[in-house]
Design a binder for this molecule. Structure first.
Ligand SMILES: [Cu+2]
Length: 118
């Protein structure tokens, strides 16, 4: 009876790991994503309205310039992330259909902005 070679040879394992690593790095870098930068300043989103292309992955960076912790949230595009005072967060969104999506600071709900996708 002949032994079958193992399915995953060491060389093959290395190739798989390298390919997987490259894919993860690309995803982490968000290479194909459109960058959108928003600041929180005096409890306002700056800008309070941002425009983005439909059908593209979006990398939204929110920088909190206030001395109070915020929570960037959107029920429309389903994201929620705490932004510490002086801190910055990134959320990946989409691809989205054309439309008007609201976001807000869940800790200061009067602070609202819109993402206009077209
Ligand atoms: Cu929340």
């Amino acid at each position: 009876m002949k032994l079958r070679p193992p399915i995953m040879t060491p060389l093959r394992a290395i190739v798989v790991l390298v390919l997987f690593g490259a894919a993860m790095a690309r995803q982490a870098a968000g290479d194909d994503a459109v960058n959108i930068a928003i600041a929180i300043r005096d409890h306002q989103f700056v800008p309070s309205e941002v425009t983005a292309p439909a059908g593209r992955k979006l990398k939204i960076t929110v920088r909190n310039e206030d001395s109070a912790t915020s929570e960037f949230e959107s029920s429309d595009f389903h994201r929620e992330k705490v932004v510490l005072a002086g801190g910055e967060i990134t959320v990946y969104v989409g691809p989205l259909d054309a439309g008007r999506y609201e976001f807000f600071d869940d800790f200061h709900p009067q602070t609202r902005g819109h993402l206009v996708v077209k």
